[in-house]
Write a protein that binds this ligand. Structure first.
Ligand code: PEP
Ligand code: MG
Length: 744
């Protein structure tokens, strides 16, 4: 069965669309299980019915058009039980009336997307193995169905007019943006090539010919290079490659598509996919594997096509950046002042691209789904970062509403400017310092305008990530000194290099199965004292004649790690003082982001001066939920009772040890969580510049005692959603409702 499942999975991968994929599955199931009939139904949620999508029987009957109510008969039973249903009717007199049925649900995230049903007209008992086979297949198929829906698949039977085309995603950075979608494509990815109509056919044919010739030259050169070292049998591969590139059939197919008005990239994509499918359907194992070679050659031609078209992206004044997998570098590429929204088809609110967007105060949606990214190019869009919706070609009415909310938000921001110079203190006297998170020169510039108490987290790795190699000690010193000078005398907490996880260095790729449990933060720097010492020396020497530097270690798990780091810090201190720098030893802190560190706070407090909770990682490690995985992002709830109780423990422990404690994760920027952080008694909160005045508004509006009383009340609740309701109620009661929804 395993080989059958593998073959089906490959065929599904190569099927051009959902209906073809389902038909392939129906055929393969019928053949593998040797049943009379296999049907696949999908649930059409709009019409609330099952739609028959694929049908295969051994009599070659035409596919009947059929839709059934969701509670209809045996299918209804499968949905209702969300489990396989086997049924054997032996009561009929004729063979036709006797029916053996097995239906398994296609389930995704607890939702029934459809049913695979097999039937046998005669007496038959399906074995457990057969049931397990169908269950496995249904699980594989679920991903394909969801992907097709994400890419815009709609049921032909859908009749209700759609009022607004809307893409749904995870709300990652609150706010509203109205602008033009600019799509960023990964290079040489055939799947990411959009359809584009052209009229200059001759030019397009020439563009394709040139790219094909260049791809051919690449292969010839490669062939010549490997000739002396590669055995003769292996060299045949290059001749085979050249044969494909010289194949008149490939060229004619692509020419035909271009003549039909498709641009060269789109024509290449269609034809390569078609040829791959043909190869993959072959029984001969060797020929089957050639499908991968065809893909590789297609991508090689695409690289050359893109080299010729790769003009720098034109960013309009209100750019809403859209991409399958946006990176921090994509955001950094947009010239200053033009970026007003970000939509990524992958990742979650805790991915670093979302963190950067938050630092820049750009409304953002992550893991958007509903339409192929290619369909968004150049479209006018409205991005609602409060609800995670992206409206495409919005109606005038919707646009008008959102424009009003944007205006109201701007007014609110203007009003909040008045708070700039006022102290961050509650009406009953509790002071909570508000600091900033930063990592790029650009967000530092933003921060300077916002009368903040200083920088609570400077992510030094950012300046390592956008370079082609490790920055030199001098380069690092210059950057750190600029920052320390700009903020003096206000404190600047420099976090030492925190790479690994989802922050790889382009020049030092680390391959790990579980990067978030791997070589990250201080684990990496302690294993690389050369790199660590260089950074520590740069930090210390940058602080000459200034007294605002603080240093913080990330990802601490054990006391020994801190001891080792402090020894290296001492060594760096000796080095720089011997070089003649006049510096004082800065205050040192530890990040509390691994649960183990929380339970060693007493020992840590003897060694360091302050604590800072990294709630992004702490949440992921306490809840065992990957902060970047869109599948489980609904479970990454910062209001989970276990998180709140851990935070309460950490604050109490820090204060019992007479050490200040701050929080620098993303929850400090969340209005609902900030009320609880106030009530929990944090001394400092570190957040993004764009949100700071809103959090200040909370602190100046809600008395500390009221926040404490709320914390006591919600800490006994067992569900994050109940906790959220309670906090939102309070925000509304005190007139801060504008912080949790669009508009004023
Ligand atoms: C955190 O984990 O909360 C944190 C502030 O660090 P980072 O998001 O950079 O991992
Ligand atoms: Mg962290």
């Amino acid at each position: 069965m395993l080989s059958v499942l593998r073959r089906i999975a490959q065929e599904i991968d190569l099927a051009g669309d959902l209906v073809s994929a389902l038909n392939i599955v129906a055929r393969c199931v019928r053949e593998a299980m040797q049943v009379h009939l296999c049907r696949i139904y999908l649930v059409d949620p709009k019409q609330k019915q099952y739609v028959l999508m694929a049908f295969d029987n051994n009599e070659l009957l035409p596919v009947p058009s059929q839709s059934l109510a969701l509670d209809d008969g045996l299918l209804g039973l499968v949905s209702q039980r969300v489990a396989p249903v086997a049924h054997l009717n032996l009561t009929g007199d004729t063979a036709d009336e006797k029916l053996a049925f097995l239906g398994v649900p296609i389930v995704y995230h607890r939702q029934v997307l459809g049913v695979i049903a097999v039937e046998e007209a005669n007496h038959r008992i399906f074995t457990e193995d057969e049931e397990a086979f169908l269950v496995t297949l249904a699980a594989q198929l679920a991903g394909t169905v969801v992907h097709a829906k994400d890419m815009g698949f709609v049921f032909k039977t859908a009749v209700k007019p759609v009022e607004e085309t809307c893409l749904q995603g995870i709300p990652a950075v609150a706010g509203v943006a109205i602008g033009e979608a600019i799509v960023v494509y990964p290079p040489a990815d055939l799947d990411a090539v959009p359809d584009r109509q052209i009229t200059a056919i001759a030019e397009e044919l020439k563009r394709f010919d040139d790219a094909l010739n260049l791809a051919r030259e690449d292969i010839i050169q490669l062939q010549q290079r490997v000739e002396p070292i590669l055995p003769r049998e292996e060299q045949v591969l290059f001749s085979a490659y050249l044969q494909v590139l010289n194949s008149p059939e490939l060229k004619t197919d692509i020419y035909n598509e271009i003549h039909d008005g498709q641009w060269a990239e789109g024509a290449l994509r269609n034809v390569i996919k078609k040829h791959m499918l043909q190869f993959s359907m072959m029984e001969d194992h060797y020929l089957k594997e050639r499908a991968e070679d065809i893909l590789a050659l297609g991508q090689r031609i695409l690289v050359h096509l893109q080299e010729r078209t790769a003009q720098p992206l034109q960013y309009p004044a209100k750019t809403i950046l859209v991409g399958e997998k946006l990176t921090a570098a994509d955001l950094a590429d947009v010239p200053e002042g033009l970026l007003c929204g970000v939509v990524s088809y992958s990742g979650s609110g805790n991915s670093h691209v979302a963190i950067l967007a938050r630092a820049l105060n750009i409304p953002t949606i992550m893991s958007a789904a509903g339409l192929a990214v290619t369909a968004l190019e150049g479209k006018s869009v409205v991005l609602d970062g409060y609800h995670g919706c992206l409206y495409i070609d919005p109606s005038p009415k919707l646009l008008q509403n959102y424009k009003r909310w944007v205006k109201e938000e701007e007014e609110l921001d203007r009003e909040l400017q008045k708070l700039c110079e006022l102290p961050t203190i509650t009406s009953d006297g509790k002071e909570v310092q508000l600091l900033l998170n930063a990592g790029l020169a650009r967000d530092v510039a933003l921060s300077l305008n916002t009368a903040t108490a200083g920088i609570g987290l400077f992510r030094t790795e950012m300046s390592f990530m956008n370079k082609p190699k490790f920055p030199t000690e001098t380069e690092q010193r210059e950057l750190y000194r600029k920052l320390l000078q700009a903020f003096a005398p206000r404190p600047v907490v420099m976090r030492t290099l925190d790479i690994g996880g989802d922050k790889p260095l382009p020049y030092l790729p680390i391959q790990e199965d579980n990067p978030f449990l791997g070589w990250r933060g201080i684990r990496f720097t302690l294993d690389h004292p050369d790199i660590f010492l260089m950074q520590l020396r740069a930090l210390l020497s940058a602080s000459e004649n200034l007294s605002n530097l603080k240093i913080m270690f990330p990802m601490v798990t054990s006391v020994e790690e801190v001891d080792e780091a402090l020894q290296l810090l001492d060594r760096a201190y000796q080095d720089v003082t011997q070089q003649g720098f006049k510096i004082a030893m800065p205050k040192i802190g530890v990040m509390l982001e691994v649960p183990a560190a929380i339970f060693q706070m007493e020992a840590l407090a003897k060694r360091v001066d302050f604590f800072s909770v990294g709630s992004n990682d702490l949440t992921q490690y306490i809840l065992a939920v990957d902060r970047n995985n869109a599948r489980v992002c609904g479970r990454f709830d910062i209001l989970h009772p276990a998180i709140l109780r851990t935070l309460q423990y950490a604050v109490e422990k820090a204060h019992a040890c007479h050490k200040p404690i701050s929080l620098c994760g993303e929850i400090a920027s969340d209005a609902v969580a900030a009320v609880l952080l106030l009530g929990l008694g944090f001394d400092q909160l570190s957040m993004n510049a764009g949100i700071l005045l809103r959090i200040k508004w909370i602190i100046r509006t809600i008395p500390y005692n009221r926040a404490k009383e709320l914390v006591a009340r919600v800490l006994v609740l067992n569900s994050a959603s109940l906790i959220r309701v309670e906090v939102e109620k309070l925000l509304d009661e005190v007139g801060l409702g504008a912080l949790i929804r669009a508009g004023k």
